[in-house]
Write a protein that binds this ligand. Structure first.
Ligand SMILES: C[S@@+](CC[C@H](N)C(=O)[O-])C[C@H]1O[C@@H](n2cnc3c(N)ncnc32)[C@H](O)[C@@H]1O
Length: 287
């Protein structure tokens, strides 16, 4: 009996030893690992847009945080972008009115994406305007940061869903505060985003003077019928049926197409049903 009792006591003592935490000896801890060159390279693929040029910066904890923030904001951009391509203009207006910070988030991401485009379509349109008479009055539908208005001598009415600039008029561009036949040029630079895009083109037709110009720059992949995109000829025909003549189709750029139309002097008396092709959303890749 005594033997059993003493063996139980011994067992308890060894168990307690097993579970007792050793006091930490910090001096014996291995030193923190400094990322080697190959680890730095691996990190840079995490989000190569954010890789600092100085590798020493990578060892600072803030660079990891910066990368996390960049990743998060890239995700937010893609989410907002997809929303804009899959809802109506009015829904997009309400979306941004509820949280105007989303608009800034979208535009930060959009500018980041555009850095990877060899040419900016807005610069091609700016050049077109500079080559024409500066007295032409322009309406920029979906103007973004109003770069167009800031770079030409023309009088420009700039419209977007949110206004962060006194020069920009906040509205849904299917209903702009301009009189009928009041402008010479209507511009849509990558802005035919809403599912109701035909109503934006109808509005441009309303505000354009007879013989006024309609200039469209759109993402090329949206007009690639082999890849689910619209047939550009059907799109062009629909615009002509709205009351325009086609003046230019330029597919030479890798990233965007350029289409120019002129508003017909006289509208045909027989209004016909216009067959608009669907325009697929332009979704940006994670970089
Ligand atoms: C891709 S960005 C292009 C901005 C500018 N045109 C450029 O080329 O830099 C498209 C812009 O169209 C605006 N947009 C989209 N739908 C709109 C609508 N229904 N009414 C007004 N603006 C709209 C978006 O808010 C966004 O600023």
């Amino acid at each position: 009996m005594k033997d059993k009792e003493s063996s139980r006591k011994r067992k308890r003592a060894t168990n307690t030893k097993k579970h007792t935490k050793k006091p930490q000896n910090h001096q014996q801890q291995p030193p923190p690992r400094i990322p080697s060159k190959s680890q730095n390279q691996k990190d840079s693929t995490f989000d190569d847009q954010q890789t600092p040029s100085n590798p020493a910066k990578l060892s600072k904890p803030s660079s990891f945080l910066d990368k996390m923030k960049a990743r998060l904001s890239g995700g937010h951009f893609r989410m907002i972008n997809e929303k804009l391509y899959t809802c109506t203009g009015n829904e997009a207006l309400n979306y941004f009115q509820e949280d105007p910070a989303l608009f800034d988030m979208y535009h930060t991401g959009y500018q980041e994406q555009m850095l990877h485009w060899p040419d900016q379509p807005v610069n091609i349109i700016i050049k077109w305007l500079k080559d024409h008479n500066p007295s032409l009055v322009v309406a920029d539908f979906g103007c973004g940061d109003a770069r167009l208005a800031k770079n030409v001598k023309n009088r420009v009415f700039s419209f977007d869903l949110v206004s962060n600039d006194p020069a920009v008029i906040a509205c849904d561009m299917s209903n702009v505060p301009l009189g009928s036949s009041s402008v010479d040029v209507a511009v849509f630079c990558l802005s035919l985003m809403g599912t109701n895009f035909p109503s934006y083109l109808q509005e441009a037709h309303r505000v354009l003077k007879p013989s006024g110009w309609l200039l469209i720059a759109e993402v090329k992949s949206r007009f690639d019928p082999n890849n689910g995109g619209a047939d550009p000829n059907k799109f062009s025909k629909a615009i002509c049926d709205l009351g325009f003549t086609s003046e230019l189709k330029n597919f030479s750029n890798k990233m965007f197409i350029l289409l120019h139309f002129k508003k017909k002097e006289k509208l045909s008396s027989t209004a016909k049903e216009i067959e608009w092709p669907e325009l697929k959303p332009c979704l940006y890749k994670r970089r």
